[in-house]
Design a protein around this ligand. Structure first.
Ligand code: PLP
Length: 233
């Protein structure tokens, strides 16, 4: 087997993919933010990416984030995105350790995050609403039909700053299969106020980021292509 590539080299490769994908659909590369998904990887790997200029990181589990917090404290200008399902009883830790939460899926979770955020001070917490566009029973996220009510609930909470929508399409080995799901999220963005009120679309991962960018992604969440295979949770 060949020598594994460094995190810096993999990161450069992913940035190049983003650049090519944006140019291919007449978008500017700066219209897409790369979130390096570091779940299942050590703080050392995160520092390696940081040294290569990466600042946005994604984690899926609040408790893993809590474990890494000490090691990450020195990286004072990183932005941590919580991209995994969040239980209400973890909301307090979530607002403590994450800068952005992508996975609001019920009004109850939104209220609890708002309550916990208020306790921290006047700053608002940027959030996205997770939509289950594929309609999969085992997936989290609000249904497209329930999205309007959830958006209203989040907008009613001054502690939360609603930034946009997030989705995880059904798993497939063919990246093209994700296209209709990404396009469905963009259509929901249009229905619910457009880019003025929901500027961010969080969609696309290691295998399908090009498809997501073509469909309008502004935040892509990439783990394996940057850090390699991860430890199982
Ligand atoms: C793990 C994870 C990713 C990254 O997936 P890769 O295939 O490793 O790029 C992106 N989004 C979410 C929600 C994840 O849980």
């Amino acid at each position: 087997m060949s020598e594994p590539q460094s995190v810096a080299a993999r990161l450069a490769g992913v940035r190049e993919r983003i650049e090519r994908a944006t140019r291919a659909c007449n978008r500017h590369p700066s219209s897409v933010t790369l979130i390096a998904v570091s779940k299942g990887h050590s703080p050392e790997s995160i520092v390696e990416a940081y040294r290569a200029g990466q600042r946005d990181f994604g984690e899926s589990y609040v408790q893993e984030l809590q474990r890494k917090a000490g090691a990450l404290a020195q990286l004072s200008d990183i932005k941590v995105h919580l991209i995994g399902h969040l239980q209400r009883n973890k909301a307090k830790l979530a607002v403590q350790y994450a800068h952005v939460v992508h996975t609001i899926d019920t009004p109850q979770l939104a209220s609890e995050l708002a309550r916990r955020q208020a306790a921290l001070g006047p700053a608002r917490l940027p959030v996205l609403v997770e939509v289950n566009v594929g309609g999969e029973a085992q997936k989290h996220g609000v249904t497209p039909a329930g999205l309007g009510n959830l958006i209203s609930a989040v907008r009613g909470l001054p502690e939360l700053d609603l930034r946009g929508l997030m989705t995880i399409p059904p798993h497939s080995d063919d990246p093209a299969q994700a296209r209709p799901h990404f396009e469905a999220l963009r259509a929901l963005q249009q229905v619910h106020g457009g880019v003025q009120t929901l500027p961010e679309l969080s969609m696309g991962m290691s295998d399908d980021l090009e498809v997501a960018i073509a469909a309008g992604a502004t935040l892509v969440r990439v783990g394996t292509a940057i850090f390699g295979a991860r430890q199982p949770h």
